[in-house]
Design a protein around this ligand. Structure first.
Ligand code: ATP
Ligand code: MG
Length: 258
């Protein structure tokens, strides 16, 4: 197999069982999934179908009970706790539904936090946080605390914190779950831009088809298994009507019949 054929992430037969004995519950029942670098995948499915469990596994926050996880061809199950933590810090950024910001801490300091573990200088941390906050459209808001920011702005800070370390993969579990539809659309535009312009691989759980519409691929879970997996034309690439191809096609057909 050539290097090109190795996906960024490959899951094979991944299961996850919570608890033991009579209380054991199998949340993932054998998941096969390949994720290419630069993809934007929306993960959908009913409550309890295993979406968050899959995300925690994909982000190396949790280990499969059985099955194989290859990151760039490297078996993650062979890594110890510290090695997995290093892999996470180097390659992954996380965004959650509830923002998870430190309350009495400025946007700037919240965003700098992941860099503290890396031993960078204060000047390097400041510069990287400024850049990340600018990338999410929060120039001028650096010194506000979360309480002084709207929900949408708080989620932008959380996204800036997730991208400040230049992750290859951004994992977002219901990132718009606490936002109204206008703020949600803005956050989705931002995630799409990060994917489109910076090539960040985005894996996002959502219950809402309007948010999944921004992804390049939509995967459905059901009862701990992958139910469907299909490509999607991201909303920003579609025309003003339909999927962007339909109007052009209709026009050409109209010309032909005239
Ligand atoms: N730590 C845990 N201990 C025991 N069972 C768990 C644990 N985490 C999840 N589960 C169970 O595993 C199943 C899958 O949970 P998961 O959180 O992955 O679902 P989900 O698809 O993300 O649902 P939702 O849309 O409600 O967030 C559920 O039945 C849940 O109760
Ligand atoms: Mg969940």
């Amino acid at each position: 197999m050539s290097a090109d054929a190795i996906p960024l992430i490959r899951l094979r037969g991944v299961t996850k069982t919570y608890g033991q004995g009579a209380l054991a519950f199998q949340a993932l029942k054998g998941v096969d999934l390949d994720i290419a670098q630069g993809d934007f995948v929306a993960i959908m499915g009913p409550s309890g179908s295993g979406k968050s469990t899959a995300m925690n596994t994909l982000g190396c926050l949790d280990r499969p009970t059985t099955g194989e996880y290859l990151f760039k061809g490297v078996p993650v199950q062979g890594l110890d706790r510290d090695e997995r933590a290093r892999l996470r810090r180097r390659y992954f950024g996380f965004v959650f539904q509830g923002f998870h910001l430190l309350p009495r801490t400025s946007a700037q300091e919240n965003v700098e936090l992941p860099l503290l573990y890396r031993g960078e200088t204060t000047a390097q941390r400041h510069a990287a946080a400024q850049k990340a906050l600018a990338a999410v459209g929060l120039n001028g808001w650096e010194h506000h605390t979360p309480a002084e920011l709207s929900g949408g702005q708080q989620q932008r800070v959380a996204i800036a914190r997730a991208i400040v370390s230049n992750p290859v993969v951004l994992l977002a579990d219901e990132p718009t779950g606490n936002l109204d539809s206008q703020r949600s659309a803005e956050i989705m535009q931002l995630l799409w831009q990060l994917n489109q312009t910076q090539g960040i691989t985005v894996l996002m759980v959502t219950h809402e088809p309007e948010m999944a519409a921004y992804a390049r691929r939509i995967v459905h879970f059901r009862d701990g298994l992958l139910d469907s997996d299909r490509p999607n034309t991201p909303l920003p690439l579609r025309g003003s009507q339909g999927d962007g191809h339909a109007p052009a096609l209709q026009e050409s057909v109209a010309q032909e019949v005239q």
